[in-house]
Ligand binder design. Structure first.
Ligand code: NAD
Ligand code: UDP
Length: 312
């Protein structure tokens, strides 16, 4: 049994992580400012005497005696992280400084939720951890990409300078139940549009690619990484790569939807090709995703169907 702090614990991935670690018998502090997260995601855990919910913003200091910290606090959807870009940088940079300070103070292990976005619009494909990336420092995605890059830098510097025990998870596109309805990312947008027989909004030509990992596989990977002794960054994701256009067609098929596909302007700096090389995760963590994309999508579709139509 461990005392575990999960920042961003009321968010999409964080709420699944809270549930899994609580079920394994740990004491959980779920810390969140509810910017993109929701009490609904963790409502069923409230009342468990091993679960504590704290409303707090990671840009301010926080103190508690804990053994492990999962630092997930940060909006992940481009729509949400671009809403207040200055706050996004503060959340990534000041947030990780505060959490690293806490880890140093109580000698806790700390895992940072980094991202495939640190590779920017990658020139190496699939992306390996040794690739340094191709990021525009002044674009509309930079608040997120550079914030997360700086967070990785701070993690390594606290490790080298103060011997803090760190883990860096480079998370690739993850999806599943409990994504917010207004999240704006491709999986939730396409499923919600399909279920409502509304036009499916493909940005650009739809030839850009992403690779999608189901959330329970991601949670498993994060826990394995935390419990490993591997310090350097590790890619976590499902290498099943789809063009966004093919992905739209797949979701129309799985929902039996009457939706048509419409094309909208591609947002600037939208990465063209993304797919994780997970050789390192396989070797160091003995992990690879188990959930085929179709199976994960059907579970996600069932979730959104319930949320959208249960009161009708
Ligand atoms: P999410 O937006 O659902 O969750 C983020 C949580 O952090 C929310 O509950 C939000 O309210 C909270 N939060 C935001 N700013 C905060 C602040 N200043 N103080 C306290 N809490 C704050 O997103 P998610 O998809 O669950 O992502 C979780 C983490 O994983 C993020 O750090 C994200 O960058 C990273 N990540 C996610 C993906 C993905 O595909 N889901 C991919 C790469 C990286
Ligand atoms: N996208 C799209 N239609 C949407 C939402 C997203 O075509 O309604 C595209 C987006 O331009 C990007 C890909 O889907 O190429 C993944 O977008 P998302 O916001 O999910 O995450 P990203 O990987 O870009 O951070």
């Amino acid at each position: 049994m461990k005392r575990i702090l999960i920042t961003g614990g009321a968010g999409f991935i964080g709420s699944h992580l809270c549930e899994r670690l609580l079920n394994e018998g740990n004491d959980i502090i779920c810390l969140d400012n509810f910017f993109t997260g929701s009490k609904d995601n963790i409502r069923h855990l409230i009342g468990n005497n091993k679960f504590e919910l704290v409303r707090h913003d990671v840009i301010y200091e926080y103190s508690a005696e804990v053994d492990q910290i999962y630092n997930l606090a940060c909006p992940a959807s481009p729509v949400h992280y671009q809403y207040n870009p200055i706050k996004t940088v503060k959340t990534s940079v000041m947030g990780v400084i505060n959490m690293l300070g806490l880890a140093k103070y109580c000698n806790a292990k700390i895992l940072q939720a980094s991202t495939s976005e640190i590779y920017g619009d990658p020139l190496v494909h699939p992306q390996v951890e040794a690739y340094w990336g191709n990021v525009n420092t002044i674009g509309i995605r930079s608040c997120y990409d550079e914030g997360k890059r700086c967070a990785e830098t701070l993690m390594m510097d606290y490790h080298r300078q103060n011997n803090v025990d760190i883990r860096i998870a480079r998370i690739f596109n993850t999806y599943g139940p409990k994504m917010a309805l207004n999240d704006g990312r491709v999986v939730s947008n396409f499923i919600i549009q399909s279920l409502q027989n509304q036009p499916i909004t493909v940005y650009g030509t739809g030839n850009q690619t992403r690779a999608f990992c189901y959330v329970t596989d991601m949670v498993d990977a994060l826990i394995r990484l935390m419990n490993s002794d591997y310090i350097n960054p590790v890619n976590l994701g499902n290498p099943a790569e789809y063009s966004i256009l093919d992905f739209a067609k797949l979701i129309i098929e799985l929902t039996n939807s009457k939706s048509e596909i419409i094309f909208k302007e591609l947002p600037s700096d939208d990465p063209i090709q993304r797919n994780p090389d997970i050789t390192l995760a396989k070797g160091k963590l003995g992990w690879e995703p188990k959930t085929p994309v179709k199976e994960g999508l059907l579970k996600t579709i069932k979730y959104f169907d319930k949320v959208l139509f249960e009161n009708k």
